[in-house]
Design a binder for this molecule. Structure first.
Ligand code: NAD
Length: 284
């Protein structure tokens, strides 16, 4: 497979396109918004130039890598791809519709992958006529830096599809780890209860956000405390994923902390709004 498609050219789609092009693949990058391409191109170029400055790339390589990423204005332009990675917003109906359309447009042997953080791969596969060729390829943010791809097998995903995707992840310089399709997969099923419990510690007055984070950094060697990490991910995104765990697994241990709900209701979403458990207002 020498050509892949990436659907959605936001934070994750741009990163996935970059690592695929760095692996020598031709990438067709589609977004529904025309302004997404110049934004993605600028973000990719910044990353490649940083790599050049730090000696990870040689002169000429950034341009050559960028030349392998081709903006595709319409979904129909992706028809020649052997595999598509969907990285559109985390909305169930949007992803189901994209899977339906990609199923109609791509060759019968093409693989449809999703970068979803929490939506069922089995359900996305069921929206197509090729559930055995549907799979999760869950990259971590920032894609060029993080080593993991969580490879998620839906109920119908075949061994051949799984092996092709594992091989592709390795070619992109990542380490694939195979998991089954249950709410939150492994990454968010383990991470989000940790974040939620850290928020409960603040809610119940056990400790301040600074103290909770310091305990986890200095005591457990986490590179970043769970509350600072939650601010980075976005508290709205954290709440959505914890809700998926709570509803999908049906156990009280996944109940979202009321303080998290309150902060989301107040629009304190973390770094992106300037205020979460910490303040990110620029100092005057
Ligand atoms: P984003 O909002 O930065 O990018 C989404 C892009 O999709 C936007 O450019 C938007 O214009 C485009 N889009 C919207 N509707 C579309 C359509 N119908 N067709 C094509 N493009 C469309 O989002 P993101 O942070 O890159 O997240 C994308 C996916 O990756 C989500 O499923 C998310 O859960 C998952 N994810 C995100 C992270 C993260 O930390 N940001 C980490 C892992 C997985």
């Amino acid at each position: 497979m020498e050509t892949i498609a990436v659907v959605g050219a936001g934070t994750m789609g741009a990163g996935i396109a970059q690592v695929a092009a760095q692996a020598g693949l031709e990438v067709l990058l589609h977004d529904s918004l025309p302004e997404a391409w110049p934004r993605a191109r600028a973000a990719i170029l910044r990353g490649l130039e940083r790599d050049l400055a730090q000696g990870r790339l040689t002169p000429g390589q950034p341009e050559a890598i960028l030349a392998r990423i081709h903006p595709a204005a319409r979904l129909e332009d992706l028809a020649t791809a052997g595999l598509a990675i969907e990285a559109a917003p985390e909305k169930r109906e949007l992803k189901r519709e994209l899977f339906r359309q990609l199923d109609r447009m791509l060759a019968p042997d093409a693989i449809l992958a999703s970068n979803t953080s929490s939506i069922s791969i089995t359900e996305l596969g069921a929206a197509t006529g090729r559930p055995q060729q549907c799979i999760g390829m869950h990259f971590m943010n920032p894609v060029p830096v993080m080593a993991l791809v969580e490879v998620i097998r839906g109920l119908a995903t075949s061994d051949a599809t799984t092996e092709t995707v594992r091989e592709l992840a390795r070619r992109m310089g990542k380490t694939p780890v195979e998991v089954r399709d249950f709410p939150g997969f492994v990454s968010n099923r383990v991470l989000m209860p940790l974040i939620n419990e850290a928020i409960f510690c603040v809610y119940e007055g056990v400790a301040t956000p600074e103290a909770v984070d310091e305990v986890m950094r200095l005591g457990m060697n986490h590179p970043m405390g769970p509350l600072r990490l939650a601010d980075l991910i976005g508290l709205d995104v954290c709440l959505d994923i914890i809700e998926v765990l709570h509803q999908g697994l049906g156990e009280d241990k996944y109940r979202p902390c009321p303080l998290l709900r309150q902060m989301v209701a107040a629009g304190r979403l973390g770094r992106k709004t300037g205020q979460g458990f910490y303040s990110y207002e620029r100092k005057k």
